[in-house]
Design a protein. Structure first.
Length: 202
């Protein structure tokens, strides 16, 4: 079983900034979202202590997991993996959409046209980020295919993992809300997945 979650809301998210490799603290709402995830896990998974916990090294992911899981899991170790870092946005990192529209008008127009498939200046393409996600998936399945996993990562990497597991599966923007939790049956990963919790405050 793979339980895949996006980190909770951060100050950078509220300000509309491209975060990428940068880190911003969780907001009070983000802390509430993480607490709600904890309540979900405690009610849904009786064997939660048997799951391996893996995270992007980003502080926003680690803080989400600390609140959501580790306070009630006997100080279980969180394994970090750099392959789960968010897509790098290069010169765009730390800037708001308004700032980018002013400073890089032509590039911003191209971004609005191509969306996920636009590569920011000195940044990483979505396909490059997807290759990292693929490497992480292969590493886990080859080494311990039956291990139950809880993984906390980012919007683009979460999208990449689910596209790898469900090729052609339509993914709505609502699926990317902060703190959203997905459950995937890894015995038959290509058949179905489901959202088991989505923030009601958005």
């Amino acid at each position: 079983m793979l339980v895949l979650m996006r980190h909770s809301e951060t100050k950078g998210n509220v300000e509309g900034r491209f975060q990428g490799s940068l880190d911003y603290p969780l907001t009070s709402l983000g802390e509430e979202q993480s607490q709600s995830i904890k309540d979900l896990y405690l009610s849904k998974f009786e064997d939660i202590h048997t799951y391996k916990i893996v995270s992007s090294p980003s502080k926003r992911c680690l803080e989400t997991l600390r609140i959501a899981l580790c306070d009630n899991m006997n100080h279980q170790v969180i394994e970090t993996n750099s392959l789960l870092y968010e897509q790098r946005f290069g010169l765009w990192e730390g800037h708001t959409r308004e700032e980018l529209q002013f400073s890089y008008p032509d590039e911003w127009q191209e971004y609005t046209r191509r969306g996920t498939f636009y590569t920011p200046i000195l940044g990483e393409s979505f396909e490059q980020a997807k290759l990292r996600a693929k490497e992480w998936l292969h590493f886990n399945y080859e080494n311990n295919p039956n291990q139950n996993l809880i993984v906390c990562t980012h919007k683009r990497i979460s999208l990449a993992i689910r596209q790898l597991l469900f090729p052609g599966h339509p993914l709505s923007n609502k699926e990317h809300l902060h703190g959203t939790v997905f459950e995937v049956d890894m015995i038959q990963p290509y058949l179905d997945h489901k959202i088991i919790w989505r923030p009601s405050c958005h």
